[in-house]
Ligand binder design. Structure first.
Ligand code: TYD
Ligand code: MG
Length: 455
């Protein structure tokens, strides 16, 4: 009988190879190839197909009655918003983010709020000693909250302890990379350990109806460290983002089996913990000066929520023929190059002898194509040294042809700006509802530039 061929499966991307290697040839991750016997069908199995001998499963229609999952509201409105209404009983939530961004702080605050309502909450820290967590709780003014705290890393110890009494309503594991399962070899934090530990914890949560929250570390490239499968195993993935040097933090649902993924929660890190920011625009808009050139306010959209940010541009003319720099913070550099090219090719403006710097205020990151027109306004204003009226906002998508295209939710963006005291909108001509703002509508970038330069 021929020896069954060995095969190795990358635990990060799932690619299969016939030889073991230290680095996966497909995704480039290290030490992720694991021997996998799967796919080898024994002669015994081949004789017996799978079409008999099983148990009958129940097939139901889509219209049968369903029990909506019970949710545990956290009492932190911004967190509930990102979760779609609170933690779901018997579900697993993964929260990822850079070290020091505030994951432990947020979860400790949520745990304390839930525990104060009389629900049982267990907080297991594998990173900090119990005293450290207690000290932090005291600093946050939560020292008296009835949270059950433990410093542990053995999944068996944790589940044995919790399995004895009534299961907690909420179980926080901080972090999954420090957990260790003795069912499997390897150091904590390795792909297989993370997967096995998470699997056991999730099984406990599903069986006992506990809402499980796992904290996950994030690698340099922004993905949650450990196997991608971790994201598939949980029901909800939240990303906690922000610049550590800035106060604000955004909690974003990346995946949510129990709700939408377009809502965000906004917080500010303060000395007494994370504060909720009900009106994010107030955070990103600094005091605006009438006479400053190169700045414009852009109404960005986060899910269904408008967030007003300031786009700033600076152009510096170079004397010699050196290659000018283009530096971007908070926006896509490829998109900046495109807007510069359209301004050159379609509007006759020349940036080729200028260094160009673009920044979005407050460390905010814009991912919305509607920012094109605002970026163009900031660039033109900087180049021509003409300020844009301080009570104006700009939004619209710019095509390579120079056409200004309508964008989603224009009315929502305008209404938010009107609420904050803005008076006019520079927008695509097709924008009908401006929520009371005076509209300057444009079909082409050329017309927009003429308007800005008073031509
Ligand atoms: P932490 O929650 O420990 O981050 P993570 O668990 O994501 O690694 O947050 C740590 C940072 O937050 C730390 O640099 C100090 C800061 N911080 C405050 O500014 N105010 C506070 O009240 C707390 C508890 C932390
Ligand atoms: Mg932490």
């Amino acid at each position: 009988m021929a020896k069954p061929k060995k095969r190795y499966v990358c635990q990060a991307c799932g690619s299969v190879s016939s030889q073991w290697a230290g680095q996966c040839g497909d995704c480039g991750d290290w030490n992720t190839l694991v021997e996998d016997a799967g796919g080898v069908v024994t002669p015994f199995q081949a004789k017996h197909n799978l079409q008999s001998g099983g148990r009958a499963i129940q097939l139901v229609g889509l219209d049968t009655d369903i029990a909506l999952p019970e949710r545990t509201g956290t009492g932190i409105a911004e967190l509930d918003r990102a979760l779609g209404g609170g933690f779901v009983e018997g579900s697993a939530t993964l929260i990822g983010g850079d070290p020091g961004i505030g994951k432990s702080t947020l979860l400790l605050q949520a745990a304390a709020k839930i525990a104060s309502r009389g629900l049982s909450v267990a907080y297991v820290s594998g990173e900090e000693a119990a005293d450290q967590v207690r000290l932090r709780a005291r600093r946050l003014g939560l020292g008296n909250a009835p949270v059950q705290l433990a410093a542990a890393t053995s999944v068996r110890d944790i589940l044995t302890t919790l399995g004895e009494g009534p299961a907690p309503a909420l179980l926080v594991i901080d972090s999954i990379q420090t957990m260790h399962s003795d069912l499997i070899e390897g150091a904590p934090g390795t792909v297989s350990q993370v997967r096995a530990s998470a699997g056991e914890l999730i099984r406990f949560a599903k069986e006992r109806g506990t809402a499980l929250v796992l904290v996950g570390h994030v690698t340099k490239d922004g993905s949650i460290a450990g196997p991608r499968v971790l994201e598939h195993m949980v029901d909800t993935v939240l990303a906690f983002e922000g610049e550590r040097s800035h106060q604000y933090r955004i909690l974003r649902a990346v995946k949510n089996r129990f709700g939408g993924t377009d809502e965000i929660g906004v917080f500010a890190m303060q000395s007494e913990g994370l504060a909720e920011i009900g009106n994010p625009s107030s955070l990103f808009l600094t005091h605006r000066d009438e006479s400053v050139t190169g700045t414009i306010v852009f109404p960005a959209l986060e899910g269904t929520r408008p967030v007003l940010v300031e786009v700033q541009a600076l152009t510096v003319r170079l004397a010699s023929g050196a290659t000018p720099r283009r530096a971007v913070v908070g926006w896509d550099s490829g998109r900046l190059a495109m807007i510069l090219a359209v301004l050159e090719a379609r509007c006759g403006l020349s940036f080729s002898s200028c260094e160009v710097y673009l920044n979005v205020s407050g460390g905010y990151r814009v991912q919305d194509p509607a920012a094109d027109l605002a970026v163009a306004a900031a660039l033109v204003s900087a180049l021509a040294e003409r300020p844009v009226p301080a009570d104006a906002i700009a939004f619209g998508e710019v095509a390579l042809s120079g056409e200004v295209r309508p964008v989603a939710h224009g009315a929502l963006r305008c209404r938010e700006a009107a609420k904050l005291g803005f008076g006019r909108a520079m927008a695509p001509a097709a924008q009908a509802d401006t929520g009371g703002l005076q509209l300057a509508g444009f079909k082409s970038l050329g017309a927009f530039v003429d308007h800005l330069l008073g031509r």
